[in-house]
Design a protein around this ligand. Structure first.
Ligand code: HEC
Length: 129
């Protein structure tokens, strides 16, 4: 009887150890995929970041495009086609908002992503299609 109890306890301890080991390994893989998740945006092109974060409003029929056309004229309506935007101005508008454009926080668009967006909007003429 005592021996049997010992075996049961040993088995229980064994499966507990296995569960702990399993938990630890799945935790580790969750962590590594979270890490690669944060690394992913750097691999994205400047244009792709711009399209994802801004084109909803600044695409052809977006509210940003329509508002800018009304306020600054057709030549200044499509953000991605403009050659008169400066980095500091774009950064300021994104972080503070302008008129009906809401401010966009670092949680929504990181500084690194904003730098990519600025690089896209201020890219040299030769890099445009
Ligand atoms: C929810 C819609 C919306 C989103 C998303 C949005 N914008 Fe705007 N944006 C606007 C509107 C509307 C205006 C025009 C504001 C006005 O003139 O009153 C504007 C204006 C601007 C201007 C000012 C241009 C000028 O000549 O004065 C810049 C720069 C700009 N947006 C950059 C961006 C960037 C970069 C992103 C992406 C990170 C972005 N916007 C995302 C709606 C948006």
């Amino acid at each position: 009887m005592k021996a049997l109890l010992g075996t049961v306890l040993a088995l229980a301890a064994g499966s507990l150890a296995a569960a702990v080991a399993l938990g630890a390994s799945s935790g580790a893989s969750a962590q590594s995929s979270a890490l690669s998740g944060t690394a992913a945006p750097a691999a994205e092109s400047d244009e792709a970041v711009y399209v994802r974060e801004c084109a909803l409003c600044h695409g052809p029929m977006g509210t940003g495009t329509l508002m800018l056309a009304r306020r600054l004229g057709q030549d200044n309506a499509v953000l991605a086609s403009r050659t008169n935007l400066t980095g500091p101005y774009v950064e300021y508008v994104v972080r503070h908002g302008l008129g009906s454009m809401p401010a966009i926080t670092r949680v929504e668009v990181t500084d690194a992503q904003l730098a990519q967006i600025v690089r896209h909007l201020t890219r040299p003429q030769g890099a445009r299609r």
